[in-house]
Design a protein around this ligand. Structure first.
Ligand code: KIV
Length: 271
């Protein structure tokens, strides 16, 4: 666990008030968290790990134990960033007592700073229960990946006035419960801009336009490591799948050609 002082919710609020954008990425492991930490204000242990780490089709099979284990791993690598751990599907949405119990377990066992849940107005009782239990919470509205089966796919949000009005109302009601920040995913620019203007808390966009006061990407997407499907909102800043492919190819040629290990990699007796 880190000994230095990491960013607090108050620090995030101050960055937001200063007009600077919040820099956020996902992280799932200690070594990657260590590298991302100094560049980011917030690291999210996202349940996207179901796809990018475990090869699942969507996030619905992710368990609380998986999130706790990866939360612990990320916390071991972080000295600067505020760390948020996703509550997985089935761990919070149907019962306030269960939500509080599971969220408290994530906080206690990982030592993270906040948890994140997906949902809008339909989840107000859960947001309130988490607030009453003093559990720092990040809200996730707009496109909600945990609703992929219920909605029959990943559906862009804010496409008309009614959807936009509901998102704005949800953002404002959720803000009243004292959440740390609002993640807005997969939402058209005009709607995002109105949500951002309607609240006084950091808004962290993913596929939700530059109007948000912070941005987040799944790190495996932006590093070019998860390349099965690259959505429009992703910018690849590296091509790590290719780097790994090239390195493994060279290793394979050298092992087969008896080039590796060379003398430099061999233990010998001193005399
Ligand atoms: O699970 C995740 O990585 C997320 C981000 C897409 C915000 O929730």
């Amino acid at each position: 666990m880190s000994q230095t002082k990491r960013l607090s919710a108050e620090d995030l609020q101050n960055i937001y008030r200063s007009g600077e954008n919040l820099v956020c990425l996902t992280a799932y492991t200690t070594p990657v968290a260590r590298v991302l930490d100094k560049h980011c204000d917030l690291l999210l242990v996202g349940d996207s790990l179901g796809m990018v780490v475990y090869g699942m089709e969507n996030t619905l099979g992710v368990t609380l134990d998986m999130m706790i284990n990866h939360g612990k791993a990320v916390m071991r690598g972080v000295e600067n960033a505020y760390v948020v751990v996703d509550m997985p599907y089935g761990s919070y949405e149907d019962c306030a007592d269960k939500a509080v119990k599971n969220a408290q377990r994530v906080m206690d066992e990982t030592g993270c700073d906040a948890i994140k849940i997906e949902g809008g107005l339909e989840l107000m009782a859960i947001y309130q229960a988490l607030a009453d239990a003093d559990i720092p919470t990040v809200a996730h509205i707009g496109l909600q990946p945990q609703s992929v089966v219920k909605e029959g796919g990943y559906k862009l949000k804010g496409r008309n006035d009614a959807e936009t009005a509901e998102l704005i109302q949800a953002a404002q009601e959720i803000e009243k419960t004292g959440v740390v920040a609002l993640v807005i995913e997969g939402t058209v620019e005009q709607a995002s801009r109105q949500i951002v203007a309607a609240v006084n808390i950091p808004t962290i966009g993913i596929g939700a336009s530059p109007s948000c006061t912070g941005q987040i990407l799944v790190s495996d997407d932006m590093l070019g490591l998860f390349v099965e499907h690259v959505p429009k909102f992703v910018k690849q800043y590296a091509q790590l799948a290719k780097v790994i492919d090239d390195a493994a190819g060279q290793y394979s040629r050298e092992v087969r050609g008896r080039i590796f290990p060379s003398d430099a990699h061999v233990y010998k007796r001193a005399s």
